[in-house]
Ligand binder design. Structure first.
Ligand SMILES: Cc1cc2nc3c(=O)[nH]c(=O)nc-3n(C[C@H](O)[C@H](O)[C@H](O)COP(=O)(O)O)c2cc1C
Length: 222
């Protein structure tokens, strides 16, 4: 087997290895260096215009985990057994004139920011005319979509490292956000909850993968 072929095999093995784990072994903890590799995969994820509209909360607090059980039905398995439990936030109101865009441009990209700079005008134009990102909900959903790229990268990286995961949308978004705000964990003017995810080690067999056929989902336009 040549190098490329074994690489292909390795990649697909990781994808077959991953499944939405319902039962975690609560005794088994993720090694810190492995966890930081998963988080680095999140940090390096691409985002629209490079504005990184996200934040990742690792929940270690037992009381917070217990309280979330009530309002996050899809997270109960992870809250009870996963080694690491993440709540991923999407930024609200990421517009050309927002403090976040100014921060990214000046502090991260290291270039001067101006509301009348061609880059800002281009971004405003993209948001309003190309993608109709014209109200708070649309802007949140656009930011939220981008956080899912980090989710995929984290889950695949974990699978490579033999670590299991479960993506979670099974929660009452309004109730979870209200709770996190009451606990002073998030500022709702800046962030909303996008998804949650558990990471750890399986305490179950992987069920058979059920997927549509390639010919059902993939078409070449010649
Ligand atoms: C965005 C998203 C949200 C999900 N929410 C939950 C959830 O709340 N709880 C859960 O146990 N599984 C959840 N899943 C897992 C899916 O049910 C699972 O990925 C799908 O059935 C395919 O199976 P597999 O991932 O095991 O191959 C979610 C998956 C995605 C991508």
């Amino acid at each position: 087997m040549d190098k490329q072929e074994s690489l292909r095999k390795e990649i697909l093995q990781a994808h077959h290895h991953r499944f939405a784990t319902k039962s975690f072994n609560s005794e088994k903890k993720i090694d810190e260096a492995d966890w930081l590799t998963i988080m680095e995969a999140a940090r390096l994820s691409p985002s629209s215009f490079g504005y990184e509209p996200w934040k990742f909360l690792l929940v270690e607090n037992k009381q917070v985990k217990d309280d979330l059980q009530e309002i996050a039905w899809g997270a109960q398995n992870s809250l009870n057994g996963a080694s690491h439990f993440l709540i991923v936030l999407a930024r609200k109101n990421v517009t050309g004139d927002s403090a976040h865009v100014k921060h990214m441009v000046e502090d991260v990209f290291g270039v001067p920011y101006s509301e009348s700079a061609p880059q800002t005008i281009f971004f405003n134009n993209f948001q309003k005319n190309d993608f109709d990102l014209t109200d708070e909900r649309k802007l949140f959903d656009w930011a939220s979509k981008q956080t899912y790229i980090a989710l995929a990268n984290m889950m695949t990286t974990a699978a490579y490292l033999g670590i299991d995961s479960c993506p979670i949308e099974g929660f009452d978004k309004v109730a979870v956000e209200r709770y996190l705000a009451e606990q002073n964990i998030i500022d709702l003017t800046e962030f909303g909850v996008s998804y949650m995810a558990g990471f750890g080690y399986r305490a179950q067999e992987r069920p058979e993968k059920k997927r549509q056929k390639m010919t059902d989902i993939y078409e070449v336009i010649e």
